[in-house]
Ligand binder design. Structure first.
Ligand code: F6P
Length: 375
């Protein structure tokens, strides 16, 4: 009997999503003879039952396109703004899944999507997920698609910032995305030869950073590139966040949990413009002029790299194989040259941060990069 597959993209967009949709679509329909529909705008499209058929020409010419032909959103099935209030819409999703006679639903996304997909799996749906995010922070996969493209964009930006920093004898503080993970800042910082790299995983001592820049000045290098991850924090702030997170984890009453959550929200508000603050502080401490570049959503846009197209196609076609063999409740992970299924319950909530002894961290130190903390 012909299998019916639904697919959606959720969370922030990232290069390689269309390559993944094409990979699943061409293999499942062209190779296995299934039928596939794509829900629009993430989980919201599944609630509204808005979809398009992914047959015929629609999958042609999208391999190289950035973004997602399906649209995306950060809507969560169990906490969705609907009819003016936040509601649990999982039962509606289950109804629509059955109304469309689906045999499987493919959810492509990052950490949040893996958790949302698990909730649908627990409601009895046949779910397969794929790991995409420029942050590269999904557990149990070597890499996520989107990361390589963003890495190239951020590295290119650092290359360009070098020549202007050098000409004006300035510090340039470049903020790189990655949410709470430092993969993108670390990778681009190393590849672009940043002099300082600051990561969420290694809270920084401002004095150590200023000192590294002063040392460069004394040796005649009176410009510096500081690559700072958007989630990087100075020591004092990181301690406050850690304390509030512990309180949230250990809270035994609703009130304690709410208080801890509010404190965390307040801390993140206070620190929203930390890159600008860091630049100002470094200017004062070193006497060098400093400028800020926030790369922002540029890192998510445009044509996917060859590596991301390859990864997304490889995981997409492996996903179709798993649907054919009815192997559900898994994420298709990249492991070496293989694409392997890993249980969704082990992936959901499993954030992959940069280990402080990761080979990239060690290499950065070996080439003399300041990581904001004395070894
Ligand atoms: O998860 C991808 C990401 O680009 C993060 O690096 C960043 O923190 C976040 O999304 C930004 O989200 P939004 O596009 O919703 O502002």
């Amino acid at each position: 009997m012909t299998k019916h597959v639904g697919i959606l993209t959720a969370g922030g967009d990232s290069p390689g999503l269309n390559a993944a949709i094409r990979g699943v679509g061409k293999a499942s329909q062209g190779y296995y003879g299934m039928q596939m529909i794509g829900f629009l705008d993430g989980f919201r499209g599944l609630v509204d039952n808005r979809f398009k058929r992914l047959d015929g020409e629609i999958l042609s010419g999208i391999l190289t396109r950035g973004g997602t032909i399906l649209g995306t959103s950060r809507d969560k099935p169990h906490r969705m703004l609907f009819g003016g209030k936040t509601q649990d819409m999982t039962d509606v999703i289950v109804e629509n899944y059955h109304a469309n006679h689906l045999d499987a639903l493919v959810c492509i996304g990052g950490g949040g999507t893996q958790k949302n997909a698990l909730k649908l799996m627990e409601k009895g749906l046949n779910i397969i997920t794929m790991p995409k995010t420029i942050d590269n922070d999904v557990g149990l996969t070597d890499v996520t698609f989107g990361f390589d493209t963003a890495l190239g964009i951020a590295t290119d930006a650092i290359d360009r910032l070098h020549s202007t920093a050098h000409s004006h004898h300035r510090i340039i503080v470049v903020e790189i995305m990655g949410h709470r993970a430092g993969w993108l800042a670390l990778g681009a910082g190393i590849a672009g030869g940043a002099d300082v790299i600051l990561l969420p995983e290694i809270p920084y001592d401002l004095e150590v950073v200023a000192d590294a820049i002063r040392k460069r000045s004394r040796s005649g290098k009176n410009f510096s590139i500081v690559a700072v991850a958007e989630g990087a924090l100075p020591l004092e702030q990181a301690a406050l966040v850690q304390e509030a997170e512990q309180r949230k984890l250990k809270a035994t009453s609703k009130k304690d949990k709410k208080d801890a959550k509010e404190d965390l929200a307040q801390l993140s508000l206070e620190y929203a413009n930390h890159t600008v603050l860091l630049s100002r502080q470094l200017e004062q401490m070193t006497g060098l002029e400093s400028r800020v570049t926030i790369l922002g959503h540029l890192q998510r846009g445009g044509t996917p790299s060859a590596a991301d197209r390859l990864l997304a196609t490889r995981l997409g076609t492996a996903c179709a194989d798993l649907i054919e063999s009815e192997h559900y409740g898994v994420m298709v992970a990249a492991r070496g040259d293989d694409s392997i299924p890993v249980p969704l319950e082990k992936v959901a909530g499993n954030k992959k941060l940069v280990p402080t002894d990761h080979p990239w961290v060690i290499s950065a130190r070996r080439v003399g990069t300041c990581l904001g903390k004395v070894d």
